[in-house]
Design a binder for this molecule. Structure first.
Ligand code: AMP
Ligand code: GLY
Length: 310
């Protein structure tokens, strides 16, 4: 008896695949959506209402929970469910910091020699304003905390930089997510998503994929969390996947163990390929939405079996 948490296209893809597994007797989704109803029984409970979720899990004798979105992970739902001895797929709170704090991640990359764009961190508005006076543009300004994929700004000039810093640090448009900000070098290249299923030590990388970031056609408009996705990426050289595994995925899993934050779940590395060199842009600690959709559609193995083994 499996419960999937979430309500997006990602969770529909997960439910679609899990429902086909011979290991799955009954599948529920909280809260689910209209499409998911075709594959799972949707239950109208708010995803942040842990007490009601817990009661439902007990009542239905759920054996396995798969967490879709980042928020419950970052808030420690895996820790809470594990305490109740309910097997759950996803990283615990300590490991989810890879997504919840871009500031942690940038320093983590530096500590462990994982390539990422050069950066500076700021908590003080005036210091940030001083910094942007005499630098080369474009740059990228990011809220350190969770902002649903909308807290990253590609900045072309000083005027834009001032406006963005004001929005983040003074007007607090993203609330506490903007308490700390990152200003980093702009990388021009090919963006790649690599999602690896990790059991703490071992991993399997899924096909490389790419999502359409900008809101409008022809790559116009502001960035979003992803307007659609495709895979595989036919234009990449064959060795790129193994390069990503060696330079990004493996060192990350090893370093997380070293830092006593063993990672279990989907390690999603958002990458930029610049002239053959791979840079880490961000980590997510869950399946990408929408990347999950083409990835799961092409997966030939039994997804539930893999998640359960993780
Ligand atoms: P993030 O949430 O950090 O993945 O950033 C969202 C999106 O902003 C990324 O998927 C990229 O498209 C873009 N982006 C982030 N950092 C950079 C960078 N240093 N250079 C160029 N584009 C970036
Ligand atoms: N598609 C980007 C994300 O899931 O964060």
């Amino acid at each position: 008896k499996v419960l999937v948490l979430g309500s997006g296209g990602r969770e529909h893809a997960l439910c679609w695949a899990i429902s086909k597994s011979p290991l799955c007797k009954k599948l529920y989704c909280i809260p689910g959506n209209a499409g998911i109803q075709a594959d799972a029984e949707c239950v109208d409970i708010k995803i942040n209402n842990f007490n009601s979720i817990k009661k439902f899990i007990k009542k239905k004798k759920i054996n396995f929970v798969v967490v879709g979105p980042e928020e419950p992970l970052v808030n420690g739902i895996v820790d809470k469910l594990n305490k109740l001895k309910i097997k759950t797929f996803g990283p615990n709170k300590k490991a989810s910091v890879l997504e919840s704090s871009k500031s942690f991640t940038k320093d983590f990359c530096k500590r462990h020699n994982i390539s990422t764009a050069d950066y500076k961190k700021f908590r003080n508005y005036k210091e940030a304003i001083n910094y942007i006076q005499n630098i080369n543009y474009p740059i990228v300004i990011k809220a350190s905390g969770l902002a649903g994929g909308k807290g990253v700004f590609i900045i072309k000039n000083k005027l834009e930089a001032k406006k963005t810093l004001r929005n983040l640090m003074i007007k607090k448009k993203f609330g506490s997510a903007g308490t700390e900000i990152i200003i980093e070098d702009y990388l021009l290249g090919e963006e790649i998503s690599c999602l690896a299923l990790v059991d703490g030590k071992n991993y399997i990388s899924l096909l490389l994929s790419q999502d359409h970031k900008k809101i409008y056609d022809n790559d116009k408009g502001p960035n979003t969390g992803g307007m659609g996705a495709y895979c595989p990426l036919p234009y990449l050289k064959k060795n790129i996947q193994s390069k990503i595994n060696k330079e990004i995925i493996e060192p990350t899993i090893t370093a997380m163990n070293k830092e006593k934050r063993p990672f279990n779940g989907v390690l999603y590395a958002g990458l930029m390929l610049v002239k053959g060199k791979i840079y880490l842009i961000e980590y997510n600690v869950r399946f990408g939405d929408p990347e999950c959709q083409p990835l799961i559609f092409l997966l030939k193995s039994d997804l539930l079996r893999i998640l359960n083994n993780c």
